[in-house]
Design a protein around this ligand. Structure first.
Ligand SMILES: Nc1ncnc2c1ncn2[C@@H]1O[C@H](COP(=O)(O)OP(=O)(O)OP(=O)(O)O)[C@@H](O)[C@H]1O
Length: 235
């Protein structure tokens, strides 16, 4: 569903992403771990078509993003670290507005059901989002992503700043996305959350994907130690 083939992005002389090969199939949750500047956001931005590759290809459902960005984006939902919403509009009004940008409009009851399903409290649905916490805004972001019904979900540090309960609820929703047969690619700094939610975990550094492991066959302690070992070793 999401495939990078020798995906490379340079900024001037600096190689932010160096010949990345990656395949995330439907039903998988792939977490990208790595320090600041490792190339995680660059990877996600190449899949979103926000950045063009210097060489190599990003494919979404077999569609080359750089050549057919509109077509590829139809298959993608995206949740950034901070979901940007219109502060004076309510949760349901924001969801209705952002979903209408896909060219489709759903009923008000359907939007409310999506927000409740994403875990937003019923009493908050009609309140302006300027009164929402970060976790509540993320839930509107999840509802926007769910409404789009896309085959792939890209997330860039979505749980940063969320309390443990909100972060746990987020993991439950991600698992549901994968059980529905979507491919999930998430960049995160949260080793614990990655181990809890991922099917596979990749460790990146300086634009290189250094290793990929099955989350089920590793434990938190081993993962953290491996991560630290990679951070200390020069490439
Ligand atoms: N628009 C840009 N212009 C120049 N350099 C950039 C640009 N975007 C990213 N970079 C560089 O590319 C490298 C990878 O950045 P990227 O944002 O992908 O890292 P990251 O792993 O997402 O880091 P973080 O965890 O801090 O979000 C960094 O060295 C960064 O400075």
């Amino acid at each position: 569903m999401l495939q990078a083939i020798a995906l490379t992005r340079k900024f001037g002389r600096h190689t932010a992403l160096d010949a990345l090969d990656l395949l995330v199939n439907r039903g998988e949750i792939f977490c990208l771990l790595g320090p600041n500047g490792a190339g995680k956001t660059t990877t996600i931005n190449c899949f979103l078509g926000f950045l063009s590759p210097s060489s190599g290809t990003a494919l979404v459902n077999g569609i080359p993003v750089f050549r057919q960005p509109q077509e590829a984006r139809r298959h993608i939902a995206y949740i950034p670290e901070t979901v940007t919403l219109y502060p004076y509009l309510s949760g349901v009004e924001n969801l209705s507005f952002f979903h209408s940008l896909t060219g489709e409009q759903l009923s008000s009851d359907h939007y409310i059901a999506l927000l409740l399903d994403a875990g937003l409290q019923e009493q908050a649905i009609h309140r302006p989002v300027q009164t929402y916490s970060k976790g509540m805004r993320q839930k509107v972001g999840i509802a926007i992503a769910t409404a789009k019904n896309a085959g792939a979900l890209l997330l860039d540090e979505p749980t940063s700043g969320l309390d443990p309960k909100a972060s746990n609820e987020f993991s439950i929703l991600l698992r549901r996305f994968s059980q529905e047969g979507r491919a999930v690619l998430m960049a995160t700094h949260d080793i614990y959350r990655a181990k809890e939610v991922a099917t596979r975990i990749g460790i990146m550094k300086e634009g290189n994907l250094l290793t990929i492991m099955d989350a089920a066959t590793t434990d938190h302690y081993t993962l953290e130690n491996l991560y630290l070992e990679y951070m200390e070793t020069s490439i």
